[in-house]
Design a binder for this molecule. Structure first.
Ligand code: FES
Length: 106
């Protein structure tokens, strides 16, 4: 069973945008790309800068601190390629964005 939490509404997150939220005391960035919402820990795997302070260009999220870039469709690094974001499952209930904050493996 997941721990689905309400993270926001599609009325507040437009295609091509991202927004920072906090769920279970975890900073999360929501990205709306290609008609789908993706959720990641709002923490760069490089030196922990908030990813939501960066920029989203189509599917590429670039950290503002040192320009590491990630594909928000997969969470995988674009530069460097071996980097990876911590992602959370997302589902929609109408306009409501739900994120599963259950820790992986529990
Ligand atoms: S903290 Fe994100 S690229 Fe360095």
């Amino acid at each position: 069973m997941g721990e689905w939490m309400t993270a926001g509404s599609l009325n507040d997150l437009w295609e091509g945008e991202m927004v920072a939220v906090e769920l279970n005391a975890v900073p999360v960035v929501l990205c709306f790309v290609n008609g789908a919402v993706f959720a990641y820990e709002d923490r760069c795997p490089h030196l922990a800068n908030p990813l939501s302070a960066g920029r989203l260009d189509e599917h590429a999220l670039t950290c503002a601190a040192h320009e590491w870039a990630f594909d928000v469709r997969s969470g995988l690094g674009i530069n460097p390629m071996e980097a990876r974001l911590r992602g959370f499952p997302v589902r929609l209930d109408g306009e409501t964005i739900l994120v599963d904050m259950r820790p992986a493996g529990s």
